[in-house]
Design a protein around this ligand. Sequence first.
Ligand code: 8YV
Length: 316
Amino acid sequence: MKNNAVLQVGPLMPIVQDTIAGDYGAVRLPDSAQARDEFLREHGASFDIAVTSGKFGVGTELMRALPNLRAVINFGVGYDTTDAAQALERGITVSNTPDVLNDCVADTAIALYLDVLRGISSADRFVRRGDWLNKGNYPLATKASGKRVGILGLGRIGRVIARRLEAFDCGISYHSRHPVTEVSYRYAASPQELAAGCDVLIVAAAGGPDSEKLVDADTIAALGPKGYLINIARGSVVDEDALVSALLAGRLAGAGLDVFAEEPKVPEDLLALDNVVLLPHLGSGTHETRAAMAELTLANLRSFVDNGTVLTPVHA
Ligand code: 8YV
């Protein structure tokens, strides 16, 4: 008979914290490094399930400090903070919360797209500063409909973004690890080729070691001074230094960013740029979607406790 001792890693939504504490007696990993080390030395071997979020995850060291771990139940579709390779090697099940957030993250991508090209946030600041009254008309912006859009990562979220862009008469191309057979969008063989053939590049690829800096200086150069970059995926997928340099030098027309390399830090240089829209990683942040993510997280935990399997494993 297996135990089901549950460890909570990082803060979680109240409904998730309360349920795992009430129904499963979950214990919270201490926040401070010293208390954490002591706690893990003493109790690490007693946990077999960790419940966490994409923000924290169960990284390499923590996973090693949990020698009897059997499952990582992750709140969030992205699980790049969890050492998935070690989990696979040790036979540890990892679950995430796919699909339930596709709509909201895709909506965020479209909001950034329209905002950056039409200058919506910047125009709002213009009105609030009194510039409309004192300086006259707001400068002309860039048409958003009918643009050539490249989607990097045509997974669940990328496809929903593409569907929304069809309504804006956009020509869609994409790059993924493999061509996707069910769609008629044009496939580009590399991120650079994708960038060279589009006006707006939308990053929707999963984070993690395989996609680290997939959008590099060359890709940004291929997008060019009239190109725009939107990122709703992970900051790690873009070479942030190269992006900031290109924006500062006018080698890129603008960017819409919901994610950053070292959240919640945002590169200081970007704060002064009016052609950049900065969001605090809010892609899935609606009451409806977060409730659905919480529900799926708890359903995965319940399923693992009941029968040793999860509903949405990351390694199928
Ligand atoms: C969450 C996300 O905010 O699901 C993801 O991968 O990035 C967001 O929906 C995050 O994972 C919660 O920590």
